[in-house]
Design a protein around this ligand. Structure first.
Ligand SMILES: C[S@@+](CC[C@H](N)C(=O)[O-])C[C@H]1O[C@@H](n2cnc3c(N)ncnc32)[C@H](O)[C@@H]1O
Length: 206
């Protein structure tokens, strides 16, 4: 049923939804496998859609870990509210991830351990993508991670402007096959922030 809803939403707003089907459980597993759930205080998920990654986050988090879901699509937002609205320490927001700073302030959160993003950077505008990446970098803990998936490597250059170190894994058990980008500030991302070419980033077939 969620597949039907997803395909409908894709047909309605292809550039915003950015995928014809929800991600697979295999991709979801790769998205969360590097999260240190024992120590994570705050996890923000952008673009949860029907909640494939959310399920993994909820299954693995400690009860005190706060999860914030930010979904732009009203149909997906309603589905998320229905499924997770009664979960303790879960906040579900109907808005664009561009405004994450407003909600972090509202919940008194100054730094985030992990951003888990399902956003379709390949089809979002450059201004929207840059705004979201800049705010995520700004609020990410020093040892935190920004984790996203993409179907191609085309946006690696854009993402590396905000994160000095990117480790990339591939998951073929997904339609379409996808890359998981595991991004952190890195030792020195000054050059990357200036728009460097991301040399030194690693590619791991994983
Ligand atoms: C490729 S789908 C991924 C959905 C889900 N994470 C998955 O993997 O199955 C992209 C999701 O991002 C949402 N989205 C797109 N732009 C957004 C924005 N600016 N802020 C928040 N969510 C957004 C879409 O509505 C959709 O749910």
């Amino acid at each position: 049923m969620e597949w039907v809803s997803f395909i409908r939403q894709y047909a309605h707003r292809p550039r915003i939804v950015g995928a014809v089907a929800p991600s697979s459980k295999y991709l979801a597993g790769k998205m969360v496998e590097d999260i240190d759930f024992g120590h994570a205080e705050y996890i923000v998920e952008y673009g949860p859609g029907t909640g494939v990654f959310t399920e993994k986050l909820l299954a693995k988090r400690k009860p005190h870990t706060v999860i914030i879901l930010v979904e732009y699509n009203s149909i997906f937002y309603s589905m998320l509210k229905e499924k997770y609205g009664r979960e303790p320490n879960v906040h579900i927001i109907h808005d664009s991830a561009e405004h994450i700073d407003k909600y972090l302030a509202q919940y008194g959160i100054s730094q985030v351990d992990y951003f888990v993003s399902g956003l379709p950077f390949a089809s979002l505008s450059a201004a929207v993508s840059s705004g979201i990446l800049a705010k995520s970098q700004q609020y990410l803990k020093e040892d935190g991670k920004f984790i996203t998936f993409q179907y191609t490597l085309l946006k690696k250059g854009l993402i590396s402007r905000y994160f000095g170190e990117i480790r990339i894994k591939r998951e073929i058990r997904n339609f379409p096959p996808a890359y998981v980008f595991n991004c952190s500030a890195g030792v020195d991302n000054t050059e990357a922030k200036r728009g460097g070419n991301g040399e030194g980033n690693s590619f791991d077939r994983g």
